[in-house]
Design a protein around this ligand. Structure first.
Ligand SMILES: [Zn+2]
Length: 367
């Protein structure tokens, strides 16, 4: 057997996969990985930095203190603009309009700041939001300089765009008499991302953890890192029999672990269901014990749930997929200890540049 089963798998199967799924294999491991000892003697060497186990028993999903430090919010440079959902792209890029009363922020009243969904620039404060009854989030002023006004081609209305990235937000109307300022910024929810004020709610100070296994953890971690409301995504191992597994042990199928991503998130900003839906769209849940060219039980599709509520959410989504004709192979099992992977597996694409080659987002829920 090769010292590096991932690479061996890639070499063996890349041709077949290239035909079958059109995806290239994961990039080979960085040089540091190839230098990891692999002989039996290596077991005696000090392990690389790892942490764990992190408590993930049933009912222990919410970690209250200390919450991980939230990254500073926007605006982001163009190369870090967030991927847009088809709905967000239709509105923000192609200047579409969401249906009234359908957006997630129409009735939002919490204290906080509304950011640009694409570039994260802060746009509106919650203390300027008012209920216009129109079905779209309405603000009577924007953060100074955050929003640019552009006359529509027909001159009938005035469009508002993000000053930083130029994304379409909605329109501005004046003289309607809603508030003393007599201005209504009519904004599509899908163009916004709400950040609760730090001290506004207890939930904004808590975080929760979710655990997903969907093939090579580099790609899974990359996608979850892009999600607004996700505080951190870490690559690691779960679901095996041994403590403190090393990558080499997991790769040889000796331990039973799956390459797993721990997603720490703010439940006030993104729900477990939204994360689980994304999970089912960024890997192929119909593949058993593999993901494209990466073959082996460590690449199995699995959700490790920490509560009955999470299990119900995942079961519901699997049922939806099955109704749509997918033969779902995803395992749903109780979360166990999470072992953070070696440093060279963390933030792989952020450090190396580029985008995941093994994971492509596919809309499977028919939005
Ligand atoms: Zn923007």
């Amino acid at each position: 057997m090769s010292d590096h089963p991932r690479n061996a798998s890639v070499l063996r199967l890349v041709a077949a996969c290239g035909i079958a799924c059109g995806l290239p294999a994961c990039p080979e491991k960085p040089p540091g990985a190839a230098q990891q000892p692999s002989s039996a003697d290596a077991v005696k060497t000090p392990p690389m930095e790892r942490q764990g186990p992190v408590a993930a028993a049933a009912g222990n999903v919410v970690e209250t203190s200390p919450a991980p430090k939230r990254p500073e919010r926007g605006p982001l440079p163009p190369q870090r603009w967030r991927d847009l959902t088809p709905d967000a792209e239709r509105v923000m890029v192609h200047k579409g309009t969401e249906q009234p009363f359908t957006g997630k922020y129409v009735h939002q009243k919490a204290d906080g700041t509304y950011h640009c969904r694409r570039c994260d620039a802060p746009l509106f404060r919650s203390n300027t939001k008012f209920d216009s009854g129109t079905g779209w989030p309405s603000f009577d002023s924007a953060i100074p300089g955050a929003v640019r006004e552009v006359s529509d081609a027909d001159g009938a209305r005035t469009e508002i765009v993000c000053s930083h990235c130029g994304a379409h937000l909605g329109h501005v109307f004046k003289g309607e008499g809603f508030t003393d300022k007599n201005v209504r910024h009519c904004v599509n929810s899908v163009s916004l991302d709400f950040e609760p004020a730090a001290s506004s709610t207890a939930s904004s100070q808590t975080s929760a953890a979710a655990y997903f296994a969907g093939g090579c953890f580099w790609g899974v971690e990359h996608y979850f890192d892009q999600v607004p409301g996700v505080i951190s995504a870490e690559s690691g191992y779960m679901g095996g029999k041994t403590k403190s597994p090393r990558y080499e042990d997991v790769s040889r199928h000796h331990t039973g672990h799956a390459e797993t991503v721990k997603v720490t998130y703010d439940p006030a900003r993104v729900s477990y269901e939204e994360l689980a839906r994304l999970f089912f769209e960024i890997h192929d849940p119909t593949q058993k014990n593999r993901q494209g060219p990466d073959v082996g039980s460590q690449y199995r599709s699995a959700v490790f749930v920490s509560s009955e509520t999470e299990r119900q959410v995942v079961d519901k989504l699997i049922s939806e997929l099955e109704e749509r004709g997918y033969d779902v192979a995803t395992e749903v099992t109780a979360a166990g200890p999470f072992w953070k992977a070696e440093d060279y597996h963390q933030d792989y694409y952020e450090r190396q540049g580029g985008a995941p080659s093994c994971h492509v987002r596919v809309q499977r829920f028919g939005r």
